[in-house]
Design a protein around this ligand. Structure first.
Ligand SMILES: *[C@@H]1O[C@H](CO)[C@@H](O)[C@H](O)[C@H]1NC(C)=O
Ligand SMILES: *[C@@H]1O[C@H](CO)[C@@H](O)[C@H](O)[C@H]1NC(C)=O
Ligand SMILES: *[C@@H]1O[C@H](CO)[C@@H](O)[C@H](O)[C@H]1NC(C)=O
Length: 199
């Protein structure tokens, strides 16, 4: 890629329209836009408590640029093609429909997602967890999943039914088809933010 930097103006310019960004390392621990949450499960035979970890991004309003170099303004939109390398046994989620997932060595899994429609950086989301999901499809064929800790799965029924109804209502009200193949909701208590929206 052709890179030109201008120290005086503190700017970098490049000629390509598409930017491939690789982040290597324990990103979730290092990036400000990512939060790690802890919860407990009492599943051990000896009744000891197991600590579980889940990680989630929160890009609103202007934290996407802490994870990827980008113009972090709602006005500027891009197609996002996300690949996540995460511990085997966990599930990675992002805005795009899941494309493929395969093992990468003994402990890691690589999950690839389809390219999103053009969208603002604040909507970008990545989640890694051991959550389970309940699923329904809307009448227009959007796959709707609500993710939760396995022990709280019976609390997802209402969210799922209400979510599907809302999506169907808004598609009809606005006369605009929801542009993604899927919609997901995940309930995670992280710094008072609830993660939901365009994914
Ligand atoms: C980018 O998004 C637009 C819709 O917003 C879509 O038409 C186009 O196919 C996408 N580009 C790629 C490379 O997926
Ligand atoms: C939703 O639709 C997909 C694709 O047609 C299908 O595989 C899946 O079983 C459906 N899910 C439910 C809960 O009906
Ligand atoms: C969910 O399941 C738990 C344990 O099985 C039960 O104690 C709780 O009352 C259930 N909650 C609802 C809303 O059904």
């Amino acid at each position: 890629m052709d890179l030109h930097s201008d120290e005086k103006r503190e700017s970098v310019s490049f000629s390509r329209k598409s930017l491939v960004i690789g982040i290597v390392g324990i990103t979730f621990a290092l990036i400000f836009a990512c939060y790690i949450t802890f919860y407990f499960t009492k599943v051990n035979y000896d009744k000891s408590v197991i600590v579980r970890i889940a990680a989630v991004t929160q890009m609103e309003p202007t934290y996407a640029r802490r994870m990827v170099p980008c113009f972090d303004e709602p006005e500027y939109k891009a197609n996002w093609t996300v690949t996540v390398i995460h511990p085997t046994g966990t599930t990675a989620l992002s805005n795009g429909f899941e494309k493929e997932s395969s093992k990468l060595g003994d402990h890691w899994t690589i999950s690839k997602f389809e390219t999103t429609p053009k969208m603002s950086s604040y909507l970008l989301a990545i989640i890694v967890s051991e959550f389970h999901f309940n699923e329904m499809n809307t009448t227009s064929g959007v796959r709707f999943r609500v993710w939760s800790r396995p022990e709280a799965m019976n609390l997802t029924k209402y969210a799922l039914e209400a979510g599907v109804k809302c999506l169907e209502y808004y598609e009809k009200y606005f006369g605009i088809k929801y542009p993604l193949k899927k919609q997901g909701e995940i309930n995670m208590y992280v710094n008072n933010h609830e993660e939901d929206g365009y994914k």
